[in-house]
Design a protein around this ligand. Sequence first.
Ligand code: AMP
Length: 255
Amino acid sequence: MSFASLGLSDALVRAVTEQGYTTPTPIQLQAIPAVLQGGDLLAGAQTGTGKTAGFVLPMLQRLSTESSPHAAKGQRGARRPVRVLVVTPTRELAAQVEASIRTYGKHLTHTSMSLFGGVGFGPQAAQLKRGVDIVVATPGRLLDHATQRNVDLSTVEILVLDEADRMLDMGFLPDIRRILALLPAKRQNLLFSATFSEEIKRLADTMLHQPVLIEVARRNAMTELVSHEVHPVRRERKRDLLAHLLRKQNLSQVL
Ligand code: AMP
């Protein structure tokens, strides 16, 4: 299976190929067609699975093939509407996702920016006021800008919550609810989470409409064919225990 056969445009396939990727990962195989269809998505995937490209590629495709229903509204000098909002738990992840958007979108014309705390507020406000298609943000700083009316989220067409379980662990649920309240009712929602606690399921129930469900195996999952044993032992007896285990068991491979 190739990226082109998933329905991605030449510009996106070219950018992916330039990264040296020729085969979609399991999450990409499932997420890309689902996101292209325009419906909501609930994906169980952790870092390392290729999940970022799994949502960035199809969302860029959707932006490039559909025009914003809020574009300019016929007014001269109107600000470019924000079309995609990606919310992440940490600055590092926001920066990484935005870097991926730049990488995969290099043959397209969208603009993107990351928005997180710990860096100057003014330059971010100025950039938002100039207008940007894609905002990748941590919750607190995004709400600060929204409160000051530097950003209008009522034009968002696609919302991505990345690493939603971590956001809840970090206490961001009230912030997420405040952000959801600023978005238009009609939008596409993509929720990515490595784990599915009751809290995540409740959040998914409130924000997703008939989502496509995708779950890929944990990359570091233990195979069921391997059993583990632990021998708690005092430090001074470790050597004897090791000698005993080596003598007692007929081990074919030892590390
Ligand atoms: P992620 O799970 O999104 O953090 O991605 C993990 C890593 O896999 C990143 O370094 C990606 O650049 C890389 N990656 C994404 N898609 C592919 C692919 N189809 N083939 C090989 N590597 C990929």
